[in-house]
Design a protein around this ligand. Structure first.
Ligand SMILES: Nc1ncnc2c1ncn2[C@@H]1O[C@H](COP(=O)(O)OP(=O)(O)OP(=O)(O)O)[C@@H](O)[C@H]1O
Length: 371
């Protein structure tokens, strides 16, 4: 994490988190922290375990091991792995969005944001029919809910379409509406699962603007899963990188971006580009190692499993536990194995050193990765 954070600065502490599905270790002994008021990004190749971490934080999964501590601004703390699912948004003030948009597409934008405030309204009604019509507290809560919905429609640049069905919005606008809806619940931690997926550059820029606005003006902390590096590098304060359910890097965007383990494992690039970046870093031995078995499933578009494919390598997780994968599957592990050799080369050499043979491409050469 960037700098030393005191416990009071932290909104989230994940300690020794493990999540197993039968024999598959989706998360192995993962620890990281998120600072209050910051944007923390969780990145890594497909199948690295990012969504599983989110599912553990938001109560969709109960972790096999480990502790997830949420510290609210008022000093109260919650062990999320012990809290019943429905209490995580209500008491711990954690909200999330999903990889696949989940709006009520037949309802208007305004209705979507009012539904999100249903709990608050029902509480104000005293949970009675009479209360819905007669209680001043309900009338006040109802007016406040409309104000809040309007506020977030403005922030998301959607107020002009407040009365349109949500399903009629362009994709990027639906993503912003989802975030607006989550913000209507008053979260202290907002978990966003690939909010930039499928967005064009203009929509990505609007998303960045909305997230920066939330960070700067609400005090809400953001935990972000994202493959779009233009979003991650521009707006994150802190980046945690996963590969095969393990943390392979943790720091500010600049340090993560130049970490050879991350470059080798994943930086939103395909295998050929990884090679180019490693040539820049200057370790041709590492590049040579990658020739032994890059896995074609490491790029976007597919998920992976630790136990799939021919088993010739192992990856360490918690003490005494090793997970088997195919030869060369963990690129970060390959960089670790070659670590002493990873050092920058003089600039002159870099510029004259030809890139590794252009002939090496995912189609030109058989791959030894997982099937
Ligand atoms: N409910 C489940 N049952 C069995 N295996 C699961 C389950 N959920 C996730 N996995 C497996 O756990 C591993 C991690 O998956 P996860 O979806 O967390 O990865 P991810 O990093 O979010 O990937 P992506 O970027 O593709 O969304 C994968 O191998 C996946 O197949």
């Amino acid at each position: 994490m960037n700098g030393q954070a005191s416990a009071g600065d932290l909104i989230l502490q994940v300690e020794h988190l493990s999540m197993k599905f039968g024999g598959l270790v989706a998360i192995g002994d993962l620890s990281f922290q998120a600072k209050r008021g910051e944007i923390t990004a969780l990145i890594g190749p497909n199948g690295a375990g990012k969504t599983t971490v989110f599912n553990c934080i938001t109560g969709f999964y109960k972790p096999t091991e480990g502790m997830i501590t949420l510290s609210r601004g008022d000093g109260s703390t919650y062990l999320l792995e012990r809290l019943p699912n429905h209490e995580i948004p209500a008491r711990a003030k954690v909200a999330r969005t999903f990889q696949n948009i989940r709006l009520f597409s037949g309802m208007t934008l305004l209705e979507n944001l009012l539904v999100a405030q249903h709990n608050k309204l029902m509480k104000a009604s005293g949970y009675t029919l009479l209360g819905l019509f007669g209680f001043p507290s309900y009338r006040q809560a109802s007016a406040e809910s409309i104000d809040l919905a309007r506020h977030w429609l403005e922030k998301a640049d959607l107020v002009d379409r407040a009365d349109d069905p949500a399903g009629d919005l362009p994709y990027g606008a639906q993503r912003r509406l989802e975030i607006a809806r989550a913000m209507c619940t008053g979260p202290e931690l907002l978990c966003l699962d690939e909010p930039a997926a499928g967005l064009n550059p203009k929509e990505s820029a609007s998303l960045n603007q909305l997230l920066m606005d939330i960070k700067d003006n609400t005090g809400t902390s953001i935990l972000l899963i994202e493959h779009d590096m233009s979003v991650v590098m521009q707006i994150s304060d802190h980046v945690v990188v996963l590969e095969y359910g393990r943390k392979i890097s943790d720091g500010n965007p600049q340090s993560v971006r130049t970490d050879p383990r991350v470059i080798a494992a994943y930086l939103g690039v395909d295998d050929e580009e990884v090679e180019t970046v490693l040539t820049e870093v200057g370790d041709e031995d590492v590049i040579e190692q990658l020739d032994t078995g890059p896995d074609s499933e490491h790029g976007p578009g597919s998920s992976s499993s630790f136990l799939a494919g021919p088993v010739t390598d192992t990856i360490g997780h918690s003490e005494g536990e090793r997970v088997t994968v195919s030869k060369g599957a963990s690129k970060a592990a390959q960089v670790d194995a070659r670590k002493p050799a990873v050092k920058p080369k003089p600039a002159a050499k870099k510029s004259t050193s030809p890139a590794k043979p252009a002939a090496k491409s995912s189609t030109a050469k058989p791959r030894g990765g997982r099937k």
